[in-house]
Design a protein around this ligand. Structure first.
Ligand code: BTN
Length: 265
């Protein structure tokens, strides 16, 4: 199906700076999950930079096995295929978080806060703010090559959410009180993502971690807890290291977190 004008025109305008992203764009009015579609295309040999976009997802996937609410026309649901080296692969989700947060800032004037590893919050940090966007990376191997699908979902329009989500989620239009152009925002996200991918490929991962620190600084010095080996651990967030791990001061010493989920207290 043809990409609607809402997306086609803004993407055409930035085509020159998107390479290698958007070499091929696949559109679905409705699909299960753009990440699942992109993974299938990756297995079938799709080129790096291929993008799947949907107007609605019926089985949108979130982190930690959760689902991602994706009603028709209410958000941006997109997945991008990378065929990166291992060192670049490690940093891709952080880089995408930075790209999405910067794009929201540039497009709307609202400055998002990043919650490790890559949840995008508005209205303060994870304790006082509400989540507006999330990122899910899924990797696989075909032949001898690793592929990584990075999917991002941005809540653009306010929608009725289940009560447990409503208190923790928000949307751009809900915060701004005016309409947001989904096509322009997607094109801006992809421009920032292409630039961050280039940073990683050229060994400038420090530029990505510095940008991430800037967006997450409201969360530094804040108490957090997480589950590890069946026990609850707790500490105070200190920093991000150059490999994207979160450094947390705990009563027992310094913890270096490379994956998982934090609870903010
Ligand atoms: C999270 O839990 O924060 C991650 C949410 C990721 C949602 C996006 S929407 C586009 C892509 N396709 C999916 O099924 N999930 C991601």
């Amino acid at each position: 199906m043809n990409l609607p004008r809402e997306f086609a025109e803004p993407l055409d305008r930035v085509a020159g700076v998107l390479a290698p992203l958007a070499a091929r764009v696949v559109w679905h009015a409705e699909t299960g999950s753009t990440n699942a579609d992109m993974a299938a295309l990756a297995e079938a040999g799709a080129p790096e930079g291929c993008i799947v976009i949907a107007d609605a997802q019926t089985a949108g996937r979130g982190r930690m096995g959760r689902s991602w609410s994706s009603p028709p026309g209410a958000g941006i649901y997109a997945s991008v295929l990378f065929r990166p080296s291992p060192s670049v692969a490690r940093m891709l989700t952080l880089a995408t978080g930075v790209a999405v947060a910067d794009a929201i800032d540039v497009s709307t004037g609202i400055a998002p806060v990043l919650k490790w590893p890559n949840d995008v919050y508005l209205g303060g940090g994870p304790t006082s703010g509400r989540k507006v966007a999330g990122i899910l990376a899924e990797a696989g191997v075909s032949g001898r090559e690793t592929w990584v699908v990075v999917g991002f979902g941005i809540n653009v329009l306010p929608v009725v959410l289940p009560r447990e989500l409503a208190a923790r989620a928000t949307s751009l239009e809900g915060e701004l009180g005016r309409s947001v152009d989904r096509g322009e925002l997607l094109a801006t996200c992809l421009c920032h993502l292409a630039a961050r991918y280039e940073d990683l490929r050229r060994g400038r991962s420090r530029a990505v971690t510095d940008a991430w620190r800037y967006r997450a600084s409201a969360t530094f010095g804040k108490p957090v807890e997480w589950d590890e080996n069946g026990a609850v651990q707790s500490g105070v967030v200190r920093d991000l290291d150059d490999e994207g791990a979160l450094i947390v001061d705990t009563p027992g010493g310094v913890a270096r977190l490379v994956s998982g989920e934090l609870r903010w207290m």
